[in-house]
Design a binder for this molecule. Structure first.
Ligand SMILES: NC(=O)C1=CN([C@@H]2O[C@H](COP(=O)(O)OP(=O)(O)OC[C@H]3O[C@@H](n4cnc5c(N)ncnc54)[C@H](O)[C@@H]3O)[C@@H](O)[C@H]2O)C=CC1
Length: 316
């Protein structure tokens, strides 16, 4: 697979977590420039509700209540900041603000889907900002055609994802969950766990995508003495590749049958949507473990469920 078009002309990587830097980063569209006018902007943030959990941690800023921690600053600059979790359908709060919003901020965890239809209505829109990584909730073609800037906070949570992936690999490999459930229910059936609990050491782990997250995962896997493989359209820097000890695989379908564990670390694009379909899963080793922390739509859910039922996939 190759994906030379992935870097959309208007998809921009922002190496910071403050909106201040984001809005001064760049602009190359025919809509009014967000940083040139000094105009007061209407900014709409779409996040999930934190409810009782928002009260537990004042630093929990990814929810409606935390509002990314930027309300005070935005309002001090004279901007209007609307925050909501209500994002679906014609009567939603988001829809109401679309015609006069200059900026929409959203996260992949509670995505504000910005469709071509919404972009058409959003005549004042200048910037679509993902407070995280992955902007597949935006119709990138329509955004590019409308001259919008789509920006995401590259690198913002990559360590979290790499650590989470490592945890999931170990949970599946060690067959942790059945044991946990037994303990909660006060049961004790060692065989029910041991019959398929393995060591990670010596296993072959392949990542599909070795960008920021994929590389961090490979680095974290190194001390486990696995055979590390990666498939990507780009090669890792040779020195780092050597240091990690990961082998580049040019052909995804040739890599899959070698892997005991497959981790998915590519963005969701036209090229990767449905990548793990029935046919590709059939190419994987029987009993493979698949960890997908990227986007669900990269795998065909039904095909994964069927493969789990048949035992072809031992854990997902
Ligand atoms: N579960 C979560 O909380 C999070 C999930 N993500 C997901 O993980 C994805 C990857 O994040 P990063 O590693 O930071 O991105 P990245 O841009 O650093 O790395 C992506 C890698 O995928 C490769 N790639 C893209 N299309 C490909 C294709 N068709 N075939 C082969 N390789 C391809 C790229 O060359 C690049 O090396 C994000 O796009 C996002 O969807 C990101 C952050 C949080």
């Amino acid at each position: 697979m190759s994906d030379p078009t992935l870097a959309q002309p208007h998809l921009v990587e922002v190496h910071t977590t403050t909106l201040e830097t984001v809005v001064t980063t760049h602009n190359h569209n025919h809509r009014p420039s967000i940083n040139a006018s000094g105009e007061k902007k209407k900014i709409v943030g779409v996040f999930y509700k934190g409810n009782e959990y928002a009260k537990l941690n004042p630093n929990f800023v990814g929810c409606v209540e935390g509002a990314l921690g930027i309300r005070e600053w935005l309002e001090s600059q004279g901007h209007q900041y609307i925050v909501t979790d209500d994002k679906e359908g014609p009567d939603s709060e988001l829809e109401k603000h679309i015609p006069d919003a200059h900026v929409i901020i959203s996260t992949p965890f509670h995505p504000a889907y910005v469709t071509a239809e919404r972009i058409k209505k959003a005549q004042k829109l200048e910037l679509l900002l993902t407070a995280g990584i992955g902007s597949d909730h935006v119709d990138l073609k329509a955004a590019a055609a409308a001259g919008l800037t789509v920006a995401e906070v590259t690198g913002s949570n990559v360590v979290s994802v790499a650590e989470d992936e490592l945890m999931r690999i170990l949970i599946l490999m060690r067959n942790f969950l059945p044991g946990y459930h037994q303990a909660v229910k006060g049961e004790w059936n060692v065989a029910g766990i041991a019959h398929r609990a393995y060591d990670l050491e010596g296993k072959t782990v392949g990542t599909v995508g070795a960008g920021r997250i994929g590389k961090l995962l490979l680095q974290r896997l190194k001390p486990f003495n696995c055979n590390l493989l990666y498939f990507d359209r780009l090669r890792i820097d040779p020195e780092l590749e050597k240091e990690i000890g990961a082998k580049f695989e040019e052909d995804l379908d040739a890599m899959l049958p070698k892997c005991d564990v497959i981790v998915i670390n590519t963005p969701l694009t036209e090229q990767t949507r449905g990548l793990f379909d029935k046919n590709r899963i059939a190419k994987c080793k029987k009993g493979v473990l698949i960890v997908n922390n990227a986007r669900g739509a990269i795998a065909d859910t039904q095909a994964i469920a069927d493969a789990c039922s048949s035992g072809h996939v031992a854990g997902n």
